[in-house]
Design a binder for this molecule. Sequence first.
Ligand code: AMP
Ligand code: GLY
Length: 417
Amino acid sequence: MKILVVGSGAREHAICWKLKQSSKLSKLYCAPGNAGISQIAECIEIKVDKLKEIVEFSVDSKIDLVVVGPEIPLVAGLVDMLNEKGIKAFGPVKSGAKFEGSKSYSKDFMKKHSIPSARYEVYTDSEKAIGDLEKFNIPLVVKADGLAAGKGVIICETRKEAEEAIKSIMDKKQFGDAGNTVVIEEFLRGTEASLLCFVDGKNIIPMESARDYKKAYDGDKGLNTGGMGCFSPNTIFNVELNQYIKKNILDRTLKGFLAEGINFKGVLFIGLIIKNNQAKVLEYNTRFGDPETEVVLPRLKSDLIDIMLKCIEGNLSEDDLHWEDDNCVTLVLASGGYPENYEKGKEITGLNKVDDDIIIFHGGTKLYGNKTVTDGGRVLAVTAMGNTLEEARNKVYKNIPKIYFEKMQYRTDIAKF
Ligand code: AMP
Ligand code: GLY
């Protein structure tokens, strides 16, 4: 099969790496890809939001399957456009991607189908939102409704802060039209977990669990990022919690999809907050997570192409998913200053010096002549498997001093308890 992967992060590198292991693959393309991906796939210079160009390339190159990594093309309807041309694509159509594209839509869906989540209100008028702040306990959470590159969620410790957040999102349009509507919700306490699921329209089948570290610095200090490290399996899950999640979250979500005629196919990534062995949904994403994918796919023994085709055909079963018992840890090496301002174009050295059992997934990197240079905030995801979490973690950290780029920044406490 000829496959095109859309995206340029460490998530897409992990997807390409896993697809490459399949005997069904004949040719792998990635648009636009990065320096690491270019070692295993042919990179095509098309940005992820250039939907028409992606479709044209897929038609001209007779692509059999397009795998869409990031949310922007999904929410914009890339899968619908590909399907119209008769091209198979892995990822939800626009009506499914709306679960990530609109937080108010997701919250209304959860309420309607009794899926446990934070109490909330939706506002389209900033004065009304500010006037209602008294109704919420402090801290509270203000969220821009639409896509805001993970930055549209503001946790407010005072009502004054909440008022400023509402004004900056709704009146000053800090996130553009994504802030025409806001969701205000109660602050939930507990431990976060990421549950990625394969969905084939009729079944929601969880992958192995993962734990992401969202804050920039050790001890969960600093700003929210896309994710600074991750491990799998997530030790917080147990039989009782899994049963709770199946009954109250997965089954109800599926029932809701069926009741509303939503033909969801692809990955549903459920962000959970866990307390007392019960879980509430923080959000739905409609794609693989980054860095979750970098720790989940190395543990997948089954053929990823088979799974993706079964999702598209609507006949995936739990028996199709086989997992390694090993633990997996990934550490993100970021550009100094990330998630705020950072410089690009720093030469990366030492990539060939790491131990043989280390997998380096590239995020923001590109080739500059024969050098590999930084080209984004999250630069590399350094990954290892181990019999225990500690073994995997030690393998990763032991190799970090071999890798260098100017102002390299990373957490030292991933998978450490
Ligand atoms: P979201 O994009 O909705 O997952 O929000 C991003 C991050 O903000 C989450 O991963 C949480 O760390 C935090 N967050 C969002 N909603 C809440 C909430 N209701 N209570 C506590 N933390 C939240
Ligand atoms: N790691 C969180 C995300 O992919 O949204």
